[in-house]
Design a protein around this ligand. Structure first.
Ligand code: SAH
Ligand code: SF4
Ligand code: F3S
Length: 472
């Protein structure tokens, strides 16, 4: 069982939330406006979910929110370490904030999350970005109230990146972005140590929340009007292995499926090596579980898969995909792919294309390999040049775009149930939402439909989205 952060530890943080609140009330009286906070998220859904906790704590501490860094009294960047470009973006933003802070000396700048859980990054922030007041890693999230209070009252940079095997903090306040859809973390950390990946180093070992904690959170969400639940973990198929119950992820999903008021259940991510027949059966049988599976394969060549420490072969992966398609014929499939792993040759890359052609994913998330300090793959020499890797990446997109378009075309004429998210990015007069398989559907309709499930007839397919019309 994972260690829980104790009630005393949580109460201590609560007391700092109260202190911050008191401070903020006095500030508002003196200045005729509340203190404003700005948060930005650079990482995955788990990172987003952490930001919702950060905003929850800030909100309870009496902060209001802004999107404008020129107005913010406190800025917190929740960072990602998975690829170099995510880190560079943060350093770029910190450079801009430096100028803003020159005009507004009492502004507090905080950097938290996966990126700063790496010592060399925190060292760089200390030496190059002295205007940063607060640095805290993923394990210190629940201690943010205390750390922020210190940062606001002390001159030196407050740093808390203590490494930990990981404990679980329940009941941290939360402020969610969406009222209809919510992320619910079922576990934290990762034990897989894929050779290219930094996540296990910055997130610690796998630890599962208890079924009671997960179900209580889902019930509360439903009570507040939420109906789409996305269960989150780096590898949800390992859920429960560290608990002293027999409940695994499939069992947990069935329990969520039984909660009245839940309309849709999504989940991510599954590691192919642990995708069990039981889970496939569960997706097939549970009416609320969306017929959608994200199953990252990363690379097609057995040599590369072995060097990546993925623990499956191309044939085993494709066999699992076949099994899923047989059990759930209308399944929508997505995956993650890395192009340009150091030892990958053009022949290896052909195997990746072969997987795309055989598996026929609805969509893919593709990445150019990024060297991560401290991981085993970082020691390997590159076989291909940057140009060759980019050419392969473009080829990958070309092959997939054709498949995505074809998969979407099969939706034309179908009636899909869509949860309306808001107006379309490109056209205010058009509504946008997602169907069961998570594809984006755009259609004309009244704004009053936002937040509702409605039937839409699909009329047109694009590579990335579908167009449709309301079913009267
Ligand atoms: N736990 C999830 C995903 C974690 S990170 C899983 O295993 O599926 C999300 C994706 O980022 C990974 O699936 C992988 O495709 C990509 N990724 C991870 N490390 C990377 C690196 N060093 N360079 C490029 N892409 C990487
Ligand atoms: Fe990274 Fe592999 Fe863990 Fe996913 S399973 S988070 S890719 S180490
Ligand atoms: Fe997520 Fe990036 Fe951390 S992918 S777990 S925010 S390294």
């Amino acid at each position: 069982m994972a260690k829980l952060i104790t009630d005393e530890q949580l109460a201590e943080q609560k007391s700092y939330i109260m202190k911050l609140k008191e401070d903020n009330m006095q500030y508002a009286q003196r200045n005729g406006r509340p203190r404003l906070a700005l948060t930005e998220t650079y990482g995955c859904q788990q990172n987003e979910n952490d930001t919702e906790r950060i905003r929850g704590m800030l909100c309870e501490a009496g902060f209001e929110f802004t999107d404008n860094s020129h107005l913010a009294d406190v800025v917190i960047y929740n960072t990602c370490a998975v690829r170099e470009n995510a880190e560079q973006k943060v350093f770029g933003r910190l450079g801009i904030l430096k100028h803003i802070k020159e005009e507004r000396r009492d502004m507090i700048i905080g950097v938290c999350g996966c990126m700063v859980q790496q010592e060399h990054i925190t060292e760089k922030i200390k030496s190059v970005h002295e205007h940063v007041d607060l640095v805290f890693g993923t394990h210190a999230l629940y201690r943010m109230p205390q750390l922020l209070y210190k940062a606001m009252h002390e001159k030196n940079t407050i740093i808390d990146i203590e490494a930990s095997d990981g404990a679980i903090a329940e009941d941290i306040p939360i402020m969610r972005d969406d009222t209809k859809k919510a992320w619910v973390s079922v576990m934290y950390g990762c034990n897989n140590f894929c050779s290219y990946c930094i996540v296990p180093y910055v997130r610690g070992r796998e630890r599962s929340r208890t079924p009671e904690a997960v179900l209580t959170e889902v019930r509360e969400l439903v009570r507040s009007g939420c109906s789409e639940i996305a269960l989150l973990g780096q590898n949800v198929n390992s859920y429960g292995k560290d608990l002293d119950t027999d409940i695994d992820f499939s069992d947990l999903m069935r329990m969520v499926n039984d909660i009245e008021g839940v309309e849709r259940i999504r989940f991510m991510t599954s590691h192919p090596k642990d995708l069990s027949d039981k889970l496939i059966q569960t997706i097939a049988e549970c009416d609320k579980v969306c017929k959608q599976l994200h199953l990252p394969f990363q690379a097609g060549s057995d040599k590369i898969l072995e060097q990546m420490n993925r623990k499956y072969t191309k044939e085993e992966y494709l066999a699992k995909i076949d099994k899923v398609k047989k059990a759930i014929p209308d399944i929508s499939l997505s995956t993650d792919v890395i192009v340009g792993f150091p030892t990958e040759t053009n022949e290896d890359f052909e195997e990746t294309l072969d997987v795309l052609r055989k598996a026929e994913f609805d969509n893919i998330f593709s990445f150019i390999y990024s060297r991560r300090e401290g991981t085993p793959a970082a020691k390997l020499d590159f076989v291909l040049t940057d140009e060759e890797i980019h050419a392969n990446f473009n080829k990958l997109l070309e092959v997939q775009n054709e498949i995505s378009k074809r998969k979407n075309e099969a939706y034309v004429g179908r009636i899909e149930r869509v949860l309306v998210d808001g107006t379309s990015k490109n056209d205010e007069a058009v509504l946008s939402g997602r169907c069961d398989s998570s594809k984006i559907v755009n259609f004309k309709g009244d704004k009053s439909l936002i937040g509702q499930y409605i039937d839409v007839r699909i009329t047109e397919a694009h590579t990335w989205s579908l167009n449709g019309e309301l079913v009267k």
